[in-house]
Design a protein around this ligand. Sequence first.
Ligand code: HEM
Ligand code: HEM
Length: 174
Amino acid sequence: MTQYSKRMVIVHWLTLALLIAAWFLGEELAEATDESKATLAGYIVHIAAGATILLLTVTRLLFRSKDGTPPPIGQTAMDKVAKGIHHFLYTVLFVLPVSGMITVVTSDAGALLAGDATLLPKEEGYEHVFAHEVHEVLVNVLIVLVVIHVLGAIKHQFIAKDGLMERMMLRRKD
Ligand code: HEM
Ligand code: HEM
């Protein structure tokens, strides 16, 4: 095995696309809340993107345990750091959406369940909601991890030129 399975590859890139969407939608939602005009639709699209990421992450870990992973490309300290980053990424991909869910149930956003937009949090409505703080911090942690991860991929592609990217591509080598 020299590449990730096709389904692992599909979920990897789908997760990237959904993360961009969830991040953008989350920022829009936060802006709307600051102006006290968040809508049910704004919440629903953000939650749908975020919850799909959670579902995909669980599915991906299942695929991973069934399909396995290609052996590490090397055994240097940097390769070990990269592996640690992968595990950290999986952890955040799981905990971040869960913190979003906890934010909803521990704040006025619980009004979503009643379908009443007028009860949704207004400006500073998340001021003392701990899960919201965690959600915000984890978004930043995720961004830092993804930047390091992508820089690593760029280094492999353009400096080491060792074909690492092909491991995460649909086109099969053999
Ligand atoms: C990996 C998936 C997710 C990402 C990347 C993400 C990202 C974000 C971002 C960037 C914000 C704005 C933070 C701020 O500046 O205040 C946000 C806010 C929020 N997210 Fe998520 N989120 C995800 C999943 C979820 C899920 C699954 C839920 C709920 C079920 C959720 C509920 C919320 C809530 C309630 C807010 C507060 C909105 C506000 O401040 O007005 N998120 N999210
Ligand atoms: C342009 C963006 C990205 C590029 C170029 C990229 C590239 C890659 C490559 C080449 C691998 C295989 C590494 C290896 O074989 O050792 C990989 C694995 C991985 N990527 Fe990405 N990636 C990107 C975005 C993301 C994002 C946004 C996430 C999640 C937030 C992510 C999470 C992971 C994880 C968890 C693995 C490890 C897979 C495993 O062993 O189960 N990647 N990525």
